[in-house]
Design a protein around this ligand. Sequence first.
Ligand code: AMP
Ligand code: FES
Ligand code: ZN
Length: 288
Amino acid sequence: MKCKICGKNAEIQAFGMWLCRDCFLKLFFRRVNKILKKYWHGEKIWVALSGGKDSMALLHYLWENGYPVHGYHINLGIGDYSRSVEDIIRSYTEELGVELLITNLREEYGFSIGEIRRKPCSACGTVKRYLMNKVPRENGAEILVTGHNMDDFLEFFIKNMLGKNYSWSRKLVPYLEREHPKLLPKLRPFYLVGDKEIEIYAKLKGVKYIKENCPLAKLSGWKEILYEIEKKKKNFRYEMILSVWEMAYFFPQEKREIRECKLCGEPTSRDICSFCTLRMRYGKKSTG
Ligand code: AMP
Ligand code: FES
Ligand code: ZN
């Protein structure tokens, strides 16, 4: 096969065509740079690292392209899985020379996701949203960057439509502005690239990441369906995300008054935030 762009030998099938290594990397850069150029204006970036391919590839991308990047990881305390994740993040950030900050949920707040029996994934979401905003902000972050990718947003979109959660769809955009002085703006540079493209990027660049999924995670099967459609409809995912991006602004913004939690002072729409609620239920320490 020949590369559709330059005519050299092609070994990669991506973006709806055969490509050589260099042309793949150029297209990948173009898609990610489109988002960064539009929404990043020199702020100090903190990238939230889960240890998975998306956030670790994003760390590599930002590092290689000279962004002022800092890593942040939450050790959620999911047994051996969390230990391996922390090890790989420590060694990869060290290899790249990127500063890293880690919060150990069990040590700092007295509970872990591994010991929550009822809906651990929902508690995990609460913990991540809370700490990913609070800790980087307190340490000088001006913008929080996550590894959420195109396929994640397409899956969220389908689920929101089926569940009639229209106001959530308003959030399915690459950049969320600061809603409150204590809420960091959120940027998702991988909005226009999905699992497949990121996996190829990670392989070409030798990115280190953890291959196993979280043992508590349940896969929905929607991503496989998206890739099945793409076998018949070239560029389906990309065209779909461009529509989602436009459509998202038509959905009503969730109307919520943001207050400060009576216990910890962090932004919430309730008297006591959902993190403090979890901490009171499962935690052994009382500090915030
Ligand atoms: P997930 O919610 O696991 O799909 O992860 C979405 C994004 O959240 C990842 O790409 C990371 O940027 C971030 N993230 C997930 N888990 C962690 C973690 N334990 N520590 C820091 N950031 C995380
Ligand atoms: Fe949150 Fe698995 S990473 S439950
Ligand atoms: Zn609170």
